[in-house]
Design a protein around this ligand. Structure first.
Ligand code: B1M
Length: 234
């Protein structure tokens, strides 16, 4: 077959085929194709949230499995991550423009030693979309970085992300330091990341572990509602 006959025209695929093709394109780190696919699905009336979860997050889940199994290596996964980010760049303003009233504020960062930021970025985007002011302090954040951001932004919520079993214990370092400084109870602390679970969240003294970005939004809203009720009760 000639190259021309081989070429896939994304716009000619139906929704299921296009989503499957986007999983393949993400796997292959094809940034332009991910941008095109994202725009096509939005043009067909898909919600930004569905594009995000069904096309991009699901694609990255597949990448994660083959990374774990030694089929993909860091350079390929980096390309996939960059392709994913190019799709997220398109979705970000759409997710943020819900016009929801401001519910509260959040500081979020990935902990020291850890450079994974896709999950954190996604949580930040969804929180913004739900009406929170989000201050993203980036990756590889040490305790001083968290404390400085807390001091500067006085957030209702502190979010911490960790993707490595070796970096997740650092969350406790941050929480313990907040306890020492007497500021722990001034903030709701939410933690997340693939290797964490609820038991770990409570063991380190976080207020809640959030399985994914949607749960983070719901949990943050619940804590804000509680806070407002307590304030109203005086
Ligand atoms: Co890395 N990596 N990685 N990696 N990587 C994992 C995490 C791993 C599980 C892969 C595997 O082996 N299966 C494994 C960790 C194993 C372990 O600790 N037990 C791993 C490893 C080993 C490594 C390196 C050590 C590899 C190496 O160098 N030999 C290295 C470490 C670098 C470092 O951080 N110091 C490394 C590097 C990388 C890349 C740079 C190549 C790239 C990151 C690019 C980037 O982020 N800019 C990368 C990637 C992409 C992954 C996988 C494949 C995908 C992560 C991701 O983006 N998922 C990952 C495999 C996996 O997780 N299954 C893997 C998509 C994202 C939407 O999901 O991040 O889970 P997630 O976020 C979710 C929830 O967890 C939750 O909500 C998000 C959205 O729904 N959530 C929160 C996350 N943070 C939250 C915070 C909250 C609330 C919810 O606060 C309130």
């Amino acid at each position: 077959m000639s190259e021309e006959e081989d070429e896939i025209i994304l716009a000619e695929l139906d929704d299921d085929e296009l989503v499957a093709q986007m999983h393949d394109d993400l796997y292959d780190g094809l940034k332009e194709e991910i941008v095109e696919g994202t725009n096509i699905l939005l043009g067909r009336g898909w919600t930004p949230y569905d594009v995000l979860t069904k096309a991009l997050v699901e694609g990255m889940r597949i990448v994660g499995i083959d990374f774990r199994d030694g089929i993909l290596f860091v350079p390929e996964v980096l390309l996939a991550a960059n392709a994913m980010k190019s799709g997220m760049t398109i979705l970000r303003p759409l997710l943020a423009e819900t016009g929801a009233p401001k519910l509260g504020s959040m500081v979020i960062g990935t902990v020291k030693g850890d450079i994974h930021d896709i999950g954190k970025n996604l949580v930040g985007m969804m929180m913004e979309g739900a009406g929170f002011d989000v201050h993203d302090i980036g990756i590889n954040t040490d305790v001083d970085g968290y404390l400085a951001a807390i001091d500067e932004h006085k957030p209702d919520i502190l979010g911490m992300s960790a993707l490595l079993t070796t970096t997740m214990p650092y969350m406790k370092v941050v929480i313990d330091t907040m306890i020492e400084k007497g500021i722990r109870d001034d903030h709701t602390i939410l933690v997340g990341g693939a290797p964490l679970n609820e038991e770990f969240g409570s063991a380190i003294g976080a207020d809640a572990y959030c399985r994914d970005a949607a749960v983070a939004v719901e949990t943050a809203k619940e804590f804000m509602a509680k806070k407002h009720n307590q304030m109203a009760a005086g």
